[in-house]
Design a protein around this ligand. Structure first.
Ligand code: PMP
Length: 396
């Protein structure tokens, strides 16, 4: 896939490179939010998201409802919980990194009584700990992060979903950093709400928060009566999301909806399963390359995602200087977050990114390390990346 000429290559964990047809859709004349073309694009986008998440088809009245909101992933997290918990009610947050803490903060902001179950960064919270925390807290809603973008670690969310189902607890999953690059299997796992955003593995620009909401979660919303937000109230969006031509709640970001539809055309042209396999292949190749450069991924192979890698930088190298040197080669890589900011860098390998982008990125990292005096041989990272790529779909 190509990126626009002369723009820096975004190998950060979002936003990711946006393919030309998606940018072109964005640049078409703005449509009315109640027009037929917007209605068509919205349905296309919803259908694509439903397929990406393994939700029930979005457009049938009995299916999972896909909400398309103007905003970032954080808005999506808030929309995911404000409809299900209110002041004084318990919310169990399963936190395996940075973004679980965001769910906890959003929960407290709406007055919920947040109970957290967490683990050291780079690890997963054991399912039996989640079960115990649910039993002890009596929470009826829990949040889970799919891929934590600070660490690149994926949670055992299918195990958690099984426990949630058995206990009659609603599970809200933040799949912002995985959806579109890794399977979620929402309907098969019985996950109640899945949240994502446009700018990562879905290959769109930033600007959309996307939620798939099960019938069960919608039913709980209805039973609750009141919602602590007006704009984020699912019931306000239900009718326009089923038929945007006949129903208005608030103006849709119509250019982004058109771009989203174009991104879904591309993704479905590739096919979701081949796309997930491409992401596994990229992750495996990148990690081989990084190890060869003395930048080992944080966390055990079995828990690492297909979409993001956090890699440890040798003590003698300042991660900020490494990023600056890579930026000199027109490659944007991300710094570590929080406690990992002085010791790691992070790479995104998702969305429209493919082998050419990875080669460019690895070559830039290699050059950057050499320029900073690291004992790295020219070609080591790129060579290992290619060997990993040729081995095929080995990651997870
Ligand atoms: N959750 C996860 C897992 C994320 O990676 C991000 C963005 N890095 C967010 C939530 C928040 O999304 P946004 O920055 O679009 O608000």
């Amino acid at each position: 896939m190509t990126v626009p000429a002369r723009s820096p290559l975004l190998l950060i964990p979002g936003p990711t490179p946006v393919p030309q047809p998606v940018l072109e859709a964005l640049a078409r004349p703005t449509e009315s939010h109640s027009s037929e073309p917007t209605g068509r694009a919205l349905r296309r986008l919803q259908e694509g998201i439903a397929h990406a998440l393994g939700a029930r088809p979005a457009v049938e009245p009995v299916g999972d409802l896909v909400l398309v909101l103007a905003g970032s992933g954080t808005l999506g997290l808030e929309a995911g919980i404000v409809n299900l918990v209110g002041p004084g009610e318990k919310l169990l947050v399963v936190n395996h990194g940075f973004f679980g803490a965001r769910f906890a903060a959003a929960g407290r902001a709406i007055g919920a009584e947040v109970v957290e179950v967490s683990c050291p960064w780079g690890e997963q919270v054991a399912p039996d700990e989640v079960e115990r925390a649910l039993r002890e807290s009596g929470a009826r809603v829990m949040t889970v992060t799919h891929v934590d973008t600070a660490t690149g670690v994926v949670s055992p969310f299918l195990e958690y979903a099984r426990i949630a189902r058995e206990m009659g607890v609603l599970m809200v999953l933040d799949a912002v950093a995985g959806a579109g690059g890794m399977p979620v299997g929402m309907a098969a796992a019985g996950i109640d709400v899945v949240i994502t955003a446009s700018q990562k593995a879905l290959g769109m620009p930033p600007g959309l928060a996307l939620l798939a909401i099960s019938q069960r979660a919608m039913e709980r919303r209805r039973q609750r009566g009141r919602c602590g937000s007006y704009f984020l109230d699912w019931l306000n969006w239900e009718a326009p999301m089923r038929d945007s031509q006949a129903n208005y709640f608030a103006t849709l970001p119509t250019n982004m909806v058109a771009a989203g539809a174009a991104a879904m055309e591309l993704a479905e042209g590739e096919g979701w399963e081949p796309r997930f396999a491409r992401h596994r292949r990229m992750a495996h190749a990148v990690r081989r390359g990084l190890r060869a450069l003395g930048l080992p991924p944080m966390g055990a192979d079995e828990v690492l995602s297909s979409t993001v890698t956090a890699a440890r930088v040798p003590e003698a190298i300042d991660p900020a200087a490494l990023r600056r040197a890579a930026a000199g080669e027109d490659v944007a890589i991300a710094g570590g977050i929080g406690a990992w900011s002085k010791t790691t860098i992070r790479l995104g390998h998702m969305g429209a990114t493919g082998l050419p982008e990875l080669l460019h990125g690895m070559a830039a990292l290699e050059g950057a390390l050499i320029s900073l005096g690291a004992p790295v041989e020219r070609g080591a990272g790129v060579g290992e990346l290619m060997c990993g790529w040729e081995e095929g779909d080995k990651g997870q």
